[in-house]
Design a protein around this ligand. Structure first.
Ligand SMILES: NC(=O)c1ccc[n+]([C@@H]2O[C@H](COP(=O)([O-])OP(=O)(O)OC[C@H]3O[C@@H](n4cnc5c(N)ncnc54)[C@H](O)[C@@H]3O)[C@@H](O)[C@H]2O)c1
Length: 330
């Protein structure tokens, strides 16, 4: 899937390294695994407890001698020490996603997202990892009214999930200062694409809509559907991760970056586009707005463009079409 793109062209030797992807059996993590493996990485390791991820997302690499899967928890310091031995670059994707889940079970979110993150950081420090890039979230912007969102202007967190991601940023900053390690945080804005799960109580809106369209069932929209999001196709998130991991620009380290397209679409409009692409009529039910949800979200991506050379190539409509095609074929 990624042979046709090269996001590490500024540092071709980058690929001749050992990588660890936490959460690599999940949606975004498995795409990062594909990119690294398809481009000839020396070694790729994954730690995932399969709480949300699926082995089939990485099933096509399990027999490759360059690939190792560690099934386990990122809070397990012994496992992380073993998995990180000899690793140069870490991409940290493992976490419990979902704002509503964190409101229902804040301790579980904290355990995976904060204790887990700190365990990975500390094991990376001991292993002498060169650079660690981690998944943060646009939820960090909380109630700050400014649009588009710029990295330094954050408001009050609106959920335990948002707190967990903000704490990640604070720990990464402090580890960078105390131990001279290189960290970059990526604040993802509504990533979507192939392999994103439509099932489970905390599924994201695009796979949920696609499943309901395919099955000719009603789609549920929280509130009036006028809420807007900077929906971002997963290939753009892969680009941001690989550019952050590989950039030779040392001034890029120690920062957090918005990862988005810099365009927004309302949830209702997105549903209509999917119906149009699928050749189906609208079949909608409105329900109560969700706790902890923000009304509008749009990113300023100029920081990532300047420091990482990030340039999101896949626009929203193209990404929706590619995702629909994938859903049709599974
Ligand atoms: N998808 C988005 O729109 C979005 C937006 C903002 C931030 N993020 C963040 O991006 C990262 C990847 O998200 P995703 O959408 O691919 O989600 P995902 O659930 O598909 O992937 C996360 C993976 O982490 C694993 N995991 C969870 N807790 C673990 C633990 N304690 N130990 C080991 N493995 C564990 C899960 O099994 C799963 O495979 C997460 O950190 C998420 O919070 C995602």
């Amino acid at each position: 899937m990624y042979e046709h793109v090269n996001f590490h062209q500024d540092n071709p030797e980058f690929i001749q390294n050992k990588f660890l992807i936490t959460g690599g059996a999940g949606f975004i993590g498995s795409h990062l695994v594909d990119y690294l493996m398809e481009h000839g990485a020396t070694e790729v390791r994954v730690v995932d407890n399969l709480s949300e991820g699926k082995k089939e997302n990485i099933g096509h690499w399990l027999d490759d001698e360059r690939f190792t899967f560690f099934e386990g928890n990122i809070t397990d310091a012994v496992l992380m020490t073993e998995a990180l031995q000899g690793v140069n670059y870490v991409s940290h994707q493992a976490a419990l996603g979902s704002v509503p889940r964190s409101i229902r079970t804040p301790l579980a979110t904290n355990e995976a997202n904060v204790t887990g993150f700190l365990t990975v950081l500390d094991a990376a420090r001991i292993a002498g990892v060169k650079r660690l890039v981690y998944a943060s979230s646009s939820s960090v912007y909380g109630d700050h009214p400014q649009l588009p969102k710029v990295e330094q202007a954050i408001g009050n967190a609106l959920s335990p999930y948002a707190v967990s991601k903000r704490v990640n940023e604070l720990y990464a900053d402090v580890f960078g200062r105390c131990y001279g390690m290189e960290f970059m945080g990526l604040r993802y804005f509504n990533i979507f694409g192939p392999r994103q799960k439509p099932d489970g109580p905390y599924a994201a809106v695009i796979p949920l809509f696609l499943a309901s369209i395919m099955n000719d069932e009603p789609a549920y929209i929280n509130g009036d559907g006028g809420q807007t999001r900077d929906f971002t196709f997963v290939e753009n998130a892969v680009q941001a991760n690989i550019r952050a991991l590989s950039t030779p620009n040392s001034a890029a380290a120690g920062k957090v970056y918005n990862v988005a397209v810099g365009e927004r679409m309302s949830v209702l409009e997105m549903y209509k586009v999917l119906c149009e692409f699928a050749g189906k009529g609208l079949n909608l039910v409105h329900r109560e707005p969700r706790d902890g949800d923000i009304r509008d979200s749009l990113a300023d991506i100029s920081l990532a463009m300047t420091y990482l050379g990030y340039n999101p190539a896949v626009r929203m409509r193209d990404g929706l079409m590619r995702t629909l095609e994938w859903f049709r074929n599974v």
